[in-house]
Ligand binder design. Structure first.
Ligand code: ADP
Length: 504
């Protein structure tokens, strides 16, 4: 494993590169959580202050009412002397006692005579008497929030007006409370920020971990395409697991493809070695002593030409094989009428091999349309008929039949020649496979015909198989899905549209 591979992770900073996905998600999630906790703390703060306001108003309201009740127990109007000498009458002591009891640093009590003359105040405070109300109300004075109530006091003993009492709650108490609350909330915010950052990065790391598996695997494969290493599939049954599965499938395909290519190159060089060696041998022979010998010269030239023709054919066949790879994409709109195409090839073979008997049975099949390029269909049939001719022995007879089921058409090519063993039947569709190499070579076979046919048939979603009895003969079956009327209409409409587009 290269050092580069080891350090490969989506959670790293790379010079001159944008932030990795994990960092981005880590930052994004942390910020989102910080925002969320900030908003929650703000809401909490607002609600707490509101609750404090309500509770403090309620408790002060109660105090104020108790004070009013206590003061109304007198039978004499309030007088200034009551606050000068403490040791006079009972009533005088009680008024002073009440005011001392209910007032404190944050609560001021002011007492007026019935003539609205200020008699006493627990702390100096400038404020008019205002209208009489037992209800404490919020008043904003110079930007500060005060809770103020004024009430006329009538004696419960003789109903006489005793005076006016004013109850003032200073805002300092609330300011101190809010300050304490703020300190507490700032501490909470700092802790939640830390937790958010930690959680944000942990979540990002956890959810993006499968991506690291994919990147590390691809890094490893970059060094060795044929490596067997695959992406670790997460145990979760989610999209990451699907992605790993698909990536692994793709890697399997790539491995197969690379191996196939490698094998193909090896096979081709192996196949080319023999004709090249033959041509080289003849040229060397000519070089040594054949230049003057007309017979050696003629023989060598004709043998070399034969080998070169073989090489040309081999190259053409290899080209066909590679083109047969993506016919379903390149020729997806091609349509061929099978019965007519089969008759055409049959007719050509009759002319080409007059000493053979070719029988065509296509009576029951009329106008069978298949999605295949007509040249490719002919090529498949030519390969099968060529083989049938090549591997026929003493009975020069070949049967071609076209038969049709509900949604499939089957073309069979039968000969009465060499046939093949069960083992060979499995392998004849492999590239460069020949049952008897020397004999096939003598007959001009490169072992590519059936693999081209198979690739083409499968490219058009068909099937190819063989039934054979050794030394009795073989039947090759090719099967294609038939195009329905709807398919044909759809295809012709699509072609028409594409043509119209091109014309524009
Ligand atoms: P080739 O060009 O050698 O014929 P093919 O791929 O067409 O290559 O065939 C592969 C091998 O399968 C042939 O070499 C031959 O041994 C065997 N084969 C193909 N067709 C027949 C047949 N009709 N009868 C007997 N053997 C056949």
């Amino acid at each position: 494993m290269s050092s580069e591979t080891k350090s490969s992770s989506v959670f790293t900073f790379k010079k001159d590169q944008p932030l990795s996905l994990k960092w981005k998600w880590g930052i994004f999630l942390s910020l989102a959580m910080i925002m969320l906790s900030f908003i929650s703390l703000l809401i909490y703060r607002q609600l707490t202050i509101q609750m404090y306001d309500e509770q403090s108003k309620e408790s002060h309201q109660m105090q104020f009412e108790f004070l009013i009740k206590g003061l109304s127990d007198q039978d004499q109007p309030f007088q200034a002397q009551q606050f000068l000498d403490q040791n006079e009458q009972d009533s005088e002591t009680k008024v002073k006692f009440l005011i001392d009891h209910y007032s404190n640093d944050q609560t001021i009590i002011r007492l007026y005579s019935p003539e609205q003359k200020l008699l006493n105040e627990s702390q100096h405070f400038q404020y008019p008497i205002g209208s009489s109300s037992k209800e404490l109300e919020r008043q904003n004075i110079k930007g500060k929030n005060y809770l103020i109530g004024s009430s006329r006091i009538s004696s419960r003993i003789n109903q006489e007006l005793l005076g006016i009492v004013q109850y003032i709650v200073l805002p300092e108490a609330k300011v101190a409370y809010v300050q304490k609350l703020n300190y507490f909330l700032i501490r909470c915010f700092l802790i939640t920020t830390l937790i958010s950052i930690l959680c944000g990065f942990l979540i990002a790391h956890y959810f993006l971990r499968p991506l690291t598996y994919v990147i590390n695997t691809l890094d490893l494969l970059e060094g060795d395409t044929l490596s067997q290493v695959r992406v670790v599939r997460p145990r979760t049954n989610d999209e990451w697991s699907d992605l790993s599965l698909h990536v692994n499938k793709l890697l399997d395909k790539i491995e197969l493809y690379v191996k196939g290519q490698k094998q193909f190159v090896e096979d081709v060089s192996h196949e080319l070695r023999t004709p090249v060696a033959i041509v080289e041998g003849h040229l060397k022979m000519l070089n040594r002593w054949g230049k003057e010998d007309q017979q050696v010269l003629d023989e060598s030239i004709s043998a070399s030409l034969q080998e070169i023709t073989r090489m040309k054919e081999l190259v053409q066949e290899m080209l066909d094989l590679s083109r047969a790879d993506h016919v379903d994409v390149d020729y997806k709109d091609e349509v061929t009428e099978i019965t007519t195409a089969a008759s055409l090839v049959h007719h050509n073979f009759e002319i080409l091999y007059p000493n053979f008997h070719f029988y065509l049975d296509n009576e029951k099949s009329k106008n069978v349309y298949v999605n295949i390029y007509h040249h490719h269909f002919e090529q498949i049939l030519v390969i099968l008929l060529d083989n049938a001719v090549k591997y026929s022995t003493d009975r020069p007879e070949i049967h071609i039949s076209v038969s049709q089921t509900m949604n499939k058409v089957e073309i069979a090519v039968q000969d009465f020649g060499e046939g093949m063993t069960a083992e060979d039947k499995e392998r004849v569709f492999s590239r460069f496979y020949r049952v008897d190499k020397a004999r096939a070579r003598a007959k001009g076979g490169n072992g590519l015909g059936l693999s081209i046919a198979k690739q083409l048939v499968e490219g058009y979603h068909g099937k190819i198989r063989v039934e054979s009895v050794y030394q009795r003969g073989s039947i090759f079956y090719v099967e294609f899905p038939i195009l329905t009327d709807q398919h044909l209409i759809y295809k012709s409409e699509r072609i028409a549209k594409e043509l119209a587009k091109e014309e524009k």
